[in-house]
Design a protein around this ligand. Sequence first.
Ligand code: NI
Length: 138
Amino acid sequence: MKITRRIEFSSSHVCALAGRSEAENRALYGAAANPHGHGHNYVLEVTIAGQPDPVTGMIVDLKEVKEILNQEVVQPFDHRHLNHEVPPFDRIVPTTENIALEIWRRLAPHFSGAKGRLDLVKLYETEDLYVEYAGEPA
Ligand code: NI
């Protein structure tokens, strides 16, 4: 069984590779390479898989899930400029793909036990664009 929690955060970013000219970065990333940056209202869906506890009826304690998402994603990412304020995006381009990967890395250690394991990170950059990551193949 799977349970999904949705949260939102707002961040700004620039998609540009260090060491490339602005023209080269614009050719790669389009308007997202604008060095002034721009913002997105990201929507994150985090899916936990497991079996409901026979007594509590819950796969995972949702209060804990909320706290972990707050601590690992909302507090560090919300109203931040990712390239300037949120490692590793000082070194790695904060594309939707890379942000989803980083969120997976931050969350996976919290949901690895027998109780509930991290199943899917789904990150919407806009209503019309999202990335899904389900971890490395076992
Ligand atoms: Ni963007």
